[in-house]
Structures are given as structure tokens and as C-alpha cells.
Design a protein around this ligand. Sequence first.
Ligand SMILES: *[C@@H]1O[C@H](CO)[C@@H](O)[C@H](O)[C@H]1NC(C)=O
Ligand SMILES: *[C@@H]1O[C@H](CO)[C@@H](O)[C@H](O)[C@H]1NC(C)=O
Length: 328
Amino acid sequence: MAAAAAACRSLGLFLAVLAVSFSGVWSKSFTITNNCGYTVWPGILSGAGSPSLDTTGFELPPGASQTLQAPAGWSGRLWGRTLCTTNGTTNKFACATGDCGSGAVACGGGNAAPPATLAEFTLDGSSGMDFYDVSLVDGYNLPLLVAPSGASPGAGNCAPTGCLVDLNAACPADLRVVVTSSSAAADVNADGVVAACKSACLAFGSPQYCCSGEYASPGTCGPSAYSEFFKNACPRAYSYAYDDATSTFTCAGGDTAYTVTFCPGTNSVKSSSPNSGAPGDLPLINGTMASAGGDQQVGTAAATQSTPRTLVVLLGAALVMLAGGALS
Ligand SMILES: *[C@@H]1O[C@H](CO)[C@@H](O)[C@H](O)[C@H]1NC(C)=O
Ligand SMILES: *[C@@H]1O[C@H](CO)[C@@H](O)[C@H](O)[C@H]1NC(C)=O
């Protein structure tokens, strides 16, 4: 009797485990790596109604890497803060670029002050697809690469995207953000450094550049000479609000690991997607202007893939064997 009851319980557990295993709940993650020669403080903001990640901001020294599990349906943005310091008088933490206004290393719901290079995600969105992009719509502060691995085969442009070039040195004079001794990062020895590059919308605020007012549609808001500066250097990144056609990437479901790399280096990923004319067919780096000095080899960080689903199936099989043993 007891054996039969135990077998029933095992079988019940096995069925429950099977149900979870095939319900389409994937195990996704973000591995954030700092390849820059300086410390970066990643900031994370979850979208309204989205579950949150384990952290909203942390310090990432050069060469360091941190993996965060992504809850199902997570949406939000990730960026890098630079030239951060804690003010000795106020004891408040602040950054010259990407500051989230929290006064602390954790952003706690604070958004990135532009200009900042943004990695934007909507996981498990329409048709179960993940949507992601790298946006320079509000400007740029550091090179950033987003690379998916382990997605299920299927529709979509499941390719690396980002902006691999250092645009601060090349930034047009009227878009530059220069660190001054009166800025937040006064402690940092960075006086006079070009730390970021504004978008034209941020610099001038005009409706043509911001795609607002009269210009609030794809038909009336096109690229400008300023947005072309960003697009030419970073063909897969958003350069203005309606740059969707060449800047939105999608992966089918799967236990997808997204690596987000700051300063990935320019001779990194050259993969392209099979659908011709898709954003993944554009070069990540514009070869005709690839002079940029960053030639360090990129860690395409093939993040070790955890396979909880396989484990779950194995566990189920073991339970079936146990149940079989108990019944006989
Ligand atoms: C610290 O904050 C105070 C008050 O906002 C400001 O006057 C001072 O310049 C800051 N110090 C540094 C080193 O940034
Ligand atoms: C590369 O840059 C050149 C010069 O700025 C530009 O004319 C060309 O369209 C760019 N190519 C891509 C694929 O963005």
C-alpha cells in the first residue's frame, strides 16, 4: 500500500515536473562583461509592469563579468555609467555619464541620464519572441555589444547588435559632453575629456531631430546629418526614433543567454542573419571607416549554457524508474 502510494506521489511529481518543463518557461540570462580599460557601473531599469532583475546597478571593474538571471517576460534597459565617484561632502554617488540620480550604486528605478548607449530588451514578447536593440537615440557614452546565444532556431534576426566604435573622439563639436572640474566626476582625473556624445535631439531639442510634434511619424521624421554620423559608424544601432527597419533584432524562444559587453573591440563578431535585407545583414562595424584604435580581441563570451530543462527531464525519468520499481 505504502509503496503504491509512494509510486503515485512520484508519478504525480513527475507529471508536474513534465508540465513545468514543457510550459514554455525558458531560462534566460544576461552576462554583462566589462572589456573597457576603466571601471563601468552598469545600470538596469525594468519596464513598467515587468518583473525586476536581482540588481539595479553595480560596479564592474575592467575585465570583470557578472551574470544575471532574467525572469520570464522581463523588459527594460541596461547601460553603462562611467566616471563615477562618491562625493566626499555629500557622500552621494554620481557619474559623469549615464547617471541614474539615485545617489547610490544601485539605481533603484532611476533612468539613465542621456547621453548613454542603451541596450533595450523585451523578452517573451509578441509570438513568444525576444526583441532587443542598441539605441543611440538619446546619444552615446561607450561602445556596447549585445550578442545572443542558445536561442531556438526560428524566425527573426537573432544576431549581434551594438555600437562597437568609440564615438567620443569623433563626436561633432556641438554634440560633445566634456567633463569639467565642476561636474559630478570632479574627483576623477578626467577634466576636459569628451565623455559622451549627444544626439541632435538632446543637443538642440528641435521637433525634426526628436521626431515630435509635426514630425511624430515615420513618414515625416527621417535621418539627419547628425543621425547619419551615428548610423554610419554603427549601422545596426538606432540612430533616431524611426530607425526601426535596420535596428530591431528578434530571437525565437529558447534558453537564450544574452551577453552585453562594454568596449567589445572592433574585430569582434561578423555573423550575419540568413534573411537578406534584415538588420543582421548590415555590418556591425562600417568597414569603410574602421580605423578606430580598439583592436583588442573580443570576448564573444560564449557564456556557459545552463540546461535546467535537460536536468528536469532526467529527474523525471529517474522518478519513473523509481515508480516502476515500487510498483513491481
Ligand atoms: C560635492 O557636493 C557638493 C554639494 O553639492 C559640491 O559643492 C561639491 O563640488 C562636490 N564635490 C566634488 C568633489 O564633486
Ligand atoms: C559607412 O560609412 C560611409 C561614410 O560615412 C557611408 O557612406 C556608408 O553608407 C556607411 N555604410 C554603412 C553600411 O552604414
